[in-house]
Design a protein around this ligand. Structure first.
Ligand SMILES: [Fe+2]
Ligand SMILES: [Fe+2]
Length: 286
């Protein structure tokens, strides 16, 4: 049986408090006119998890028509109130819970969350990702409970790349998580955090896992203008278009490897600076 075409908008790192208002107004128009089946926001909804930033995020999400999923990002836990950060780190994030879908089932595909942000870690910076055993078990159980033949799109804040080209540890337990996902019927993992888009086939012991990253809709840009991903799902897979106000073609918007964070690249010879490549996937849909 043929699955109908499904269009999703993958947004990330809006960082209310430092959001790009012109970019958000444009995204609102795109959503109103094109009516995607769902909107997936992969974390860093706020800049410093301030109450007023979450309130602005709530107002914005409430104004959108389609169902919305949001993952918690490292910026979405209290930054100034360390007691609250340790005791109840997700209290402010839960203020948007009533507006969200926790797990979303669309025709032939389910959107399943994976938590990668943690309140504290045994290393610095705490802003990097960590797939805890409990978080991975919860995601795998949700995937394994899907009806037979259902494909999963996993949504997380941090890319799962475990080490950068210099060997620096990025997401703890990322490699094991990618291998476990690659063993299952997972179309791709959608992430954010680095503020540039990418579309990478990551080899794992269990086969390739497609990692799709969305850029930012904030003023905190890394090397590309504000953008979001349009994902077109068909039986053949996913076609990704990186939409942006400057009409930069998708291949030029996508970086070739995952950097450590959203800081602008330091110098051209930097091994984690953008390497613009054309991903070997479906041609983008315009
Ligand atoms: Fe961010
Ligand atoms: Fe982040």
């Amino acid at each position: 049986m043929t699955t109908p075409k499904t269009v999703l908008f993958h947004l990330s790192d809006i960082h209310f408090g430092l959001e790009d208002r012109a970019a958000l107004a444009w995204v609102e128009r795109c959503i109103a006119e094109e009516k995607p089946a769902a909107i997936c926001i992969t974390g860093d909804l706020t800049m410093r998890a301030r109450h007023r930033e979450f309130a602005a995020a709530c107002r914005w999400i409430s104004s959108l028509g389609p169902p919305v999923t949001v993952e918690v990002g490292n910026h979405d836990m209290p930054y100034f109130n360390l007691i609250e950060r340790f005791v109840d780190p997700y209290r402010r994030f839960r203020s948007i819970k009533a507006l969200l879908e926790m797990q979303l089932n669309l025709p032939g595909v389910a959107i399943v969350p994976l938590k990668t942000a943690t309140r504290a870690q045994w290393r610095f910076p705490w802003s990097n990702g960590w797939v805890t055993g409990a978080a991975l078990r919860q995601t795998l159980a949700a995937i394994d409970a899907l009806p037979s033949g259902t494909r999963a799109l996993v949504t997380a804040h941090h890319p799962l790349t475990e080490r950068d080209p210099r060997g620096k540890r990025l997401t703890i337990n990322g490699e094991a998580a990618m291998a476990a996902l690659a063993e299952r019927n997972v179309l791709a993992i959608l992430t954010g955090h680095v503020h540039d888009a990418f579309d990478i086939d990551q080899p794992t012991p269990a086969g390739k896992l497609r990692m799709i990253g969305a850029g930012t809709l904030s003023k905190r840009i890394r090397s590309t203008p504000p953008s979001f991903n349009q994902l077109t799902l068909t039986d053949a897979g996913i076609a990704v278009t990186v939409r942006n106000l400057e009409a930069v073609p998708t291949p030029a918007m996508q970086i070739g490897q995952v950097p450590e964070n959203a800081l602008p690249p330091r110098q051209p010879e930097d091994p984690v600076a953008p390497v613009r490549t054309v991903p070997a996937h479906d041609p983008p849909v315009h």
